[in-house]
Design a protein. Structure first.
Length: 141
C-alpha cells in the first residue's frame, strides 16, 4: 500500500488544510467532509498506515491533543454539548485514508450523528473465554 496519502501532502504543505493545531509530532485540521460543524482530524506527522505501525508515544499524543481540542470546541463558537472520538483501523473498521487519524466530532442534540448497530448480550462464559484469549495475545506481544 502506498505510504503517501493526502494527509502526507497536508503535513508537507503540498495540499491545503484549515489547521487548528501543530507541534513536532501531530497536526490537527478541519475535516473537509464533516459529520458535524467543527469536525477535526488529528494525525501523526510521520505516516503510519495502521495502529500497529504507529509509535505508541505518538498515539498517546493524538489522544492528548484530541482532549485539548474537545475542550476548545466547547469553548469556541462551535459550542458543542459533547464530543465523540473515532479512529478506524483497517478497511473493515471503515478506514478510508491509510494514515492513522483521530476524528474529533463535536456533538449537539439532534445533530443526526451516532453509532448504529445492535448490541448483543453474550453469556459470561463467552466473555471470560474471549478475555482469556486476548490476555494470551497480549502476553505474546
Amino acid at each position: 500500500m502506498n505510504p503517501y496519502t493526502i494527509f502526507s501532502d497536508i503535513v508537507a504543505g503540498r495540499a491545503p488544510s484549515s489547521k487548528v493545531y501543530s507541534d513536532d509530532d501531530v497536526l490537527a485540521f478541519m475535516d473537509i467532509r464533516p459529520f458535524t460543524p467543527g469536525h477535526l482530524l488529528v494525525i501523526p506527522k510521520v505516516p503510519a498506515k495502521s495502529l500497529a505501525e504507529l509509535d505508541p508515544v505518538v498515539g498517546g499524543k493524538l489522544f492528548q491533543v484530541g482532549q485539548r481540542l474537545a475542550a476548545a470546541l466547547r469553548e469556541s463558537e462551535v459550542g458543542c454539548d459533547g464530543v465523540n472520538f473515532f479512529l478506524a483501523d483497517g478497511v473493515t473498521a471503515g478506514q478510508e485514508v491509510f494514515h492513522v487519524h483521530l476524528h474529533v466530532i463535536p456533538r449537539t442534540p439532534g445533530d443526526g450523528f451516532g453509532l448504529r448497530g445492535r448490541p448483543t448480550t453474550p453469556q459470561r462464559a463467552d466473555l471470560d473465554y474471549l478475555a482469556g484469549s486476548i490476555r494470551g495475545a497480549l502476553d505474546r506481544l
